[in-house]
Ligand binder design. Structure first.
Ligand code: ATP
Ligand code: ZN
Length: 286
């Protein structure tokens, strides 16, 4: 029988859609409409397990699933040792200290002797210990932002992405103590067959992730500006240059990093580039 690997994905929450999107961009189709506990895919020997994110590290450790997608925060908080095979760069957030108005916060030492509510006691106590701060950690599993108001904590350490939830609850974010994004975790003792499948999957994920941050740009340029244009575009290899009927012009194509895109665009315009065409790249390798 052909070997398969199984992946644990959050059933419903902030990671679910993006995890599935990533897998689907790898040409792997899964019918997740019914969101049953288990599903198999077409296009790749992959089985899915839809569970609560908190359970994913343990399931991977127990071999219920071979790999999983989970927030780095949940993985670190679990205290379980697995391999983090990729940082998937989505669901970015930070674990921050937030205090009510009137709390004078200078640095972590301002928390000495205080009660801090969090759902991440392991990560928080690590940070406090490293900074020599003694505080009482109040563990809650949700609604951390109301704990100060109801009187069970003096400050909180909670996940933040925009900060609006904190503000709405009269809290001020004063210090980020930890950064997280979604990661792919895997068991270290996988069979050779499964490891081959994991590597094939990772190769596809890398191609999708690399492409996400690149644009493909195509334009016409006066031939004598080619050197300058190549210097502006930079990148891994020189751009592809095609001659045009008009000998004074060439057509140029290249991939450009999304972060630099507008700067490159404006400089090319200044050089006299015309007919600039920009396309999204679906997949790409180094
Ligand atoms: P489950 O029902 O699966 O236990 P949950 O309520 O624990 O879900 P979500 O709120 O869906 O989890 O968040 C999942 C992950 O999304 C978090 O562990 C974190 O890594 C990430 N995340 C990104 N932004 C935020 C945010 N603003 N607040 C909380 N988590 C965030
Ligand atoms: Zn959870």
């Amino acid at each position: 029988m052909e070997s398969t690997i199984s992946i644990a994905i959050q059933k419903s929450g902030r990671l679910s859609e993006k995890s599935l999107d990533l897998i689907r961009s790898c040409g792997i189709d899964v019918n997740a409409d019914s969101r049953v506990l288990k599903a198999s895919a077409s296009g790749f020997p992959l089985d899915f397990l839809f569970v609560r994110d908190d359970d994913i590290p343990q399931y991977v450790a127990d071999g219920v699933a071979d790999i999983g997608i989970v927030g780095r925060n949940e993985y670190d908080e679990s205290g379980i040792s697995l391999s983090v095979v990729r940082d998937l760069k989505f669901a970015s957030c930070r674990l921050s200290i937030a205090v009510p108005h009137g709390f004078v916060y200078k640095d972590l030492s301002s928390l000495e002797g205080k009660r801090i509510a969090t759902s991440y006691p392991r990560i928080l106590s690590d940070v406090l210990n490293k900074n020599g701060v003694n505080a009482q950690i109040v563990v809650v599993s949700g609604s951390v932002e109301i704990t100060v108001d109801v009187g069970i904590a003096d400050a909180i350490a909670d996940l933040v992405s925009t900060g609006t939830t904190l503000k709405m609850n009269g809290l001020e974010e004063v210090e980020c103590i930890y950064r997280s994004s979604a990661v792919m975790i895997a068991r270290s003792d996988m069979s050779d067959e499964k490891r081959v499948l994991l590597n094939r999957l990772l190769e596809r994920i890398d191609a999708v992730m690399l492409a996400r941050h690149q644009k493909y740009i195509l334009f016409n340029l006066p031939s004598d500006k080619l050197e300058e244009a190549a210097a502006i575009i930079g990148g891994m290899k020189s751009p592809t240059v095609t001659p045009l009927m008009d000998k004074n012009w060439v057509s140029v194509q290249s991939a450009v990093d999304e972060n630099r895109f507008w700067a490159v665009f404006e400089e090319l315009r200044r050089l006299g580039a015309e007919g600039i065409l920009v396309m999204n790249i679906e997949k790409m390798t180094e």
